[in-house]
Each structure stands twice: as structure tokens, then as C-alpha cells.
Unconditional design. Sequence first.
Length: 97
Amino acid sequence: MIDPKKPPIQNPLTVLRVEFDDWAILFDPDSAKTMGINPTGVAIWNLIDGQKGVEEIVEGINEKFSDVSTSAEKEISDFINELYKNGFIGYSLNGET
């Protein structure tokens, strides 16, 4: 489960391949896990930098998209949790990104 108070960081081994329609595939060569993500997921992925917590990521999505639903915070948290469970993101052990 994600820790909403700690900023998540991308797994440095994860590869993001964005397709022509702005959908993308995340791939972890260590575990061979893949995950298809939509354009909103790509935007969230790009905001995961080890500096922003979930609230700041939600703010970034609200700034980027005009028609964000009222349940965006829960949906973004669920998506980040899914990324974490699959090993695409984690948290810094020593406070560094």
C-alpha cells in the first residue's frame, strides 16, 4: 500500500514506451511485468519524481486536464497503489531520489 505522506519514485529499471495514440506500456525487465496505461496514466507517471506526494500529483493532473472528476484523488491513489504493487514505483530508503 502506498504511503500518502511519502513521495513515490519511479523504479529506475522501468521502461515507459509511449505509443502514437498517447497510450503507453510500462515494462520492468527485471520481473518481466508489463502494464498498459492510458494518457492520464502517462501524465501521472511523469509526475512521479520522488518529490511530489499524492496530493501534489492530483494538483498536477487538475492543472493538465480540464475535466477531472471529483473522485480523481481516489482514482489516482488507486493507480499509484497498483504501480507500487507491481514494482514500477517505490519509495527512497535513504531520503534521496
